[in-house]
Design a protein around this ligand. Structure first.
Ligand code: ATP
Ligand code: MG
Length: 446
């Protein structure tokens, strides 16, 4: 085939030919009342039956084939009487042939979809869809493909469901088990005050605990004084806040927040217990996934840990100690403060933080994220309000998106973006032989 138009079927309807509906209604009405035998000398009833069942495929033009190559731009229409209609292989269309880092995402209607994980590099991605359709499953598949190719990943796991991605269903370690580390805040993840730094500590007090501005200035002074005298320890900070000469209400404001933070048991003075950020850096650069298990964590602890990692990452990336990070954030509105969204898609992206947002509440992701996203993986969504939210994506028209996404079966997703060379493709995501742990707990077991 030298020249052709690539069209995608987005909907199937009955052809509404003039008079057909009337004929169907008449058939139904007269079925019982008129007696006798049908007389059909020209044998047209079979043809009418075929016409009544004729389906029309609603299509959108996605690109063209010129000299055997698929392109997304078209500026030409073929003849509608003399053209041939043939299925076109997805493998040829969207798969990145000769990709150095191939990963098979799953099956399409006709073949397999193999993409290059490089297409996640430097990108902003969204995985969305309603509950239980397979979003986290796909994100686990992406993470495993990334670490298999030596990429560094950081996963913010709000439900504790990524903790076993290094073990098979038979509970044996997979080939990549030693490239995965699970961190539990308060246990394997504790911080020292100096490691956290004043900025992050203060930000958490301000943004997560509403510390008033005036009090925050006083707190900075206390912290700086202790730091100068080389006495930045939990007990001395506690004492200094209590003894610092300032207005009672200011002291009270600081002290109550400080206590809330201490109750999280995230901090320690013991060097051997502290999380080693230089080891983190080393492992990340060798290709590793760190999973922060936030299950059952207090909302403030989640925010603090995320805030802390984000500021550490920015530091390590801007000093070129870390090459890049693929950040996977499930239900980010739980722990990501307003001002970070913009930052993640602009400044941090330039530094090398490549984020994948995963959510079953599409309206919690900011509109700018949809507009800027390079790859979008959409599972079934039926709610009109949610469909409105995802219609903001720039990479596909709203009509196709609605029509396809509403009818997707579980485990199937519509992918648009760079990873499929901008051709929207529906794929049935492949199963994984790991403990995906996404199941909801049930009482009735049958
Ligand atoms: N492609 C797939 N093949 C086989 N099993 C799958 C697939 N996708 C998902 N599952 C299974 O379906 C269940 C739900 O999947 P998953 O946890 O990924 O859904 P989710 O969309 O993340 O749900 P939630 O919105 O509740 O987070 C899990 O038990 C998972 O193992
Ligand atoms: Mg999930």
């Amino acid at each position: 085939m030298k020249k052709g138009l690539i069209v995608q079927v987005i909907d199937i309807q009955f052809a509404n030919l003039p008079g057909i509906l009337e004929d169907i209604l008449r058939d139904v009405m007269t079925e019982d009342t008129i007696q006798g035998c049908d007389y059909d000398p020209f044998n047209i009833s079979s043809q009418i039956a075929v016409l009544k069942d004729t389906k029309i495929l609603i299509c959108k033009i996605r690109g063209a084939i010129e000299d055997g190559k698929a392109k997304t731009e078209t500026s030409w229409l073929p003849s509608r009487t003399n053209s041939r209609i043939v299925p076109y292989s997805i493998e040829k269309l969207a798969s990145t042939r000769n990709g150095k880092r191939p990963v098979t995402l799953g099956r399409t209607r006709s073949d397999h979809l193999t993409v290059d994980v490089k297409m996640l590099d430097g990108k902003l991605n969204i995985i969305t869809g309603k509950k239980g359709v397979g979003k986290s499953h796909l994100s686990k598949l992406l993470i495993l493909s990334l670490i298999q190719n030596g990429a560094p990943c950081l996963v913010i796991d709000v439900n504790g469901e990524y903790v076993n991605i290094g073990r098979t269903k038979n509970d044996e370690p997979t080939a990549y088990a030693d490239k995965i580390t699970v961190l539990k805040p308060g246990q394997s993840l504790k911080f020292g005050l100096s490691g956290v730094g004043l900025k992050t500590f203060l930000n958490t007090m301000i943004y997560a605990l509403d510390l008033p501005r005036t009090s925050s200035k006083v707190f900075s002074r206390i912290w700086n004084e202790l730091e100068r005298s080389g006495n930045l320890k939990l007990d001395s900070l506690n004492d200094a806040i209590r003894r610092f000469s300032c207005h009672e209400s200011v002291r009270e404001a600081i002290y109550s927040r400080f206590n809330t933070l201490m109750d999280l048991e995230l901090f320690t003075d013991d060097i051997s217990e502290r999380f080693d950020f230089s080891l983190f850096e080393k492992k990340m650069n060798e290709g590793h996934a760190f999973i922060i298990n936030m299950k059952d964590e207090h909302a403030i602890s989640r925010r603090l840990v995320v805030e802390l990692f984000i500021s550490k990452l920015t530091e390590q990336l801007s000093e070129m100690r870390l090459k890049a990070v693929f950040l996977f954030a499930e239900e980010a509105h739980f722990y990501l403060r307003e001002t970070y969204w913009e930052d993640i898609i602009t400044r941090m992206r330039h530094l090398g933080v490549f984020t994948t947002f995963i959510t079953n509440q599409p309206d919690t992701v900011q509109e700018s994220v949809y507009r800027q996203a390079d790859n979008i993986f959409m599972f079934n969504i039926t709610n009109e309000h949610d469909l409105d939210a995802i219609s903001k994506v720039a990479k596909i028209d709203a009509e196709s998106l609605r029509s396809i996404v509403k009818d997707l079966p579980a485990h199937n997703c519509l992918i648009v973006g760079d990873i499929v060379r901008d051709f929207p493709i529906v794929v049935n995501v492949k199963p994984l032989d790991i403990q995906t742990m996404g199941q909801t707990r049930h009482f009735f077991q049958d």
